[in-house]
Write a protein that binds this ligand. Structure first.
Ligand SMILES: *Cc1c(COP(=O)(O)O)cnc(C)c1O
Length: 376
């Protein structure tokens, strides 16, 4: 966008608001106040805002607890025993996955460990894990400790995709890294949207390269789900994990999720850490039955889920369903371009955008580098 084409006036901004088909959704969220006015909240990638109906929905489960006690598990139409099942379809819609491949459970890092237990199987020379340079600390700790758990040495067996700290991650870069040592790599873990650069990765292209070199691949969708449309049917990774308190607005420490590719679901011999909530629902209380999981991602569940922590996410997913991720994405592209143009207009060279400029290669985030010398 050139300077001349961009209208930075408040009137032009108000006109954009007036023509926004999603404008009503602002009122569905509580916006924190600063000096008595709604703040410009640019922290949704860290903690999404509270959907106003969250309190009512949590209250409903508290009431159920008060009135029904343990009976609340088996209330018809909404009992806790099957509570988690209602999350699979709306989450699958955001991921373009089969609901059978999706489960809301635990937190991101726990789910990452569970997926690594199942899909990181060092075999002969193929025993390394590849991640991006500058990975989120929790992901790094998870893979390092998984390597040690298998008797391996992270100093040798953890490979970082060298992108000079800022270069974008693409299929070519991955292909070159795997051409050098691909037959030693068992598993690749990459982000859907990189949390520092804001780059949205091409999951299908990266998965294709992983397959070409005989590697498994999983994605951390922490900054991708609810931010950009994701198509796991097309990209076909082995697994994916995410948290729900960022773009999904599920609340602090909200329940996370996992995706297991359907081609693994029927594989009974898969190594897995097991718990009673992974058992077939009709046999969870039968101590005489051996572990007999359903052929869905539910099989990876361990414990009965935290209902009170899940209720806000249900409200949020209903909002996503009503707005539609396609329409949200359109607004996100327009808003991000608007901010980019406004920064250029107001700050010039003092602010550099380090996130890719092409809309396809980013979500709703702009990472900025500030030139302090321009202040003086
Ligand atoms: C936010 C984030 C996490 C957080 O992990 P939790 O287990 O939810 O605390 C992990 N990895 C990435 C890439 C993240 O962006």
């Amino acid at each position: 966008m050139t300077h001349s084409a961009f209208d930075a006036s408040a009137e032009a901004a108000a006109e954009r608001d007036a023509n926004d088909p999603l404008a009503e959704f602002r009122h569905a969220f509580a916006v924190p106040q600063t000096d008595g006015r709604p703040s410009r909240y640019l922290s949704g990638h860290s903690l999404g805002l509270m959907p106003r109906n969250a309190a009512e929905r949590v209250g409903r489960e508290l009431e159920r607890w008060a009135e029904r006690g343990v009976g609340g598990h088996f209330d018809s139409g909404g009992g806790w025993y099957a509570y988690h099942e209602r999350f699979a379809a709306p989450l699958a819609a955001l991921l373009n996955a089969d609901p059978a491949e999706v489960v809301a459970m635990n937190s991101l890092t726990v789910n990452l460990h569970l997926m690594l237990v199942s899909f990181f199987e060092p075999d002969g020379a193929r025993q390394r894990i590849l991640i991006e340079a500058g990975a989120f600390p929790s992901d790094r700790f998870a893979v390092e400790s998984q390597l040690r758990f298998h008797g391996l040495d992270p100093a040798i067996d953890l490979i970082e995709l060298d992108n000079d700290g800022s270069r974008t991650i693409d299929a070519e870069l991955l292909d070159a890294a795997l051409a050098a040592q691909g037959e030693r790599v068992a598993l690749i873990l990459l982000p859907g949207v990189q949390y520092l650069t804001g780059q949205a990765l091409d999951l299908a292209a990266l998965t294709k390269i992983a397959r070409k070199h005989g590697c498994r691949i999983g994605f951390d969708l922490a900054h991708a789900i609810g931010n950009v449309p994701i198509d796991l049917r097309q990209s076909e990774p082995d697994f994916a994990v995410w948290c729900s308190y960022k773009y999904l607005n599920g609340g602090p420490g909200a329940i996370g999720g996992a995706f297991v590719n359907r081609r693994w679901l029927a594989d009974r011999g898969r190594p897995r850490f097991e718990g009673w909530w992974g058992q077939r629902a009709d046999q969870r209380f039968d101590a005489s039955r051996p572990f007999d999981p359903p052929v869905t991602a539910d099989a990876w569940q361990l414990s009965n889920p935290p209902i009170l922590a899940m209720a806000p996410l249900e409200v949020s997913l209903e909002l996503f369903e009503r707005a539609g991720i396609g329409q949200l994405r359109q607004k996100s592209i327009a808003l991000t371009a608007y901010l980019e143009a406004l920064l250029e207009h107001e700050c010039g060279d003092a602010v550099a955008v380090t996130t890719p400029r092409e809309p396809d290669a980013r979500g709703a985030q702009l990472s900025l580098r500030l030139d302090r010398s321009a202040d003086q």
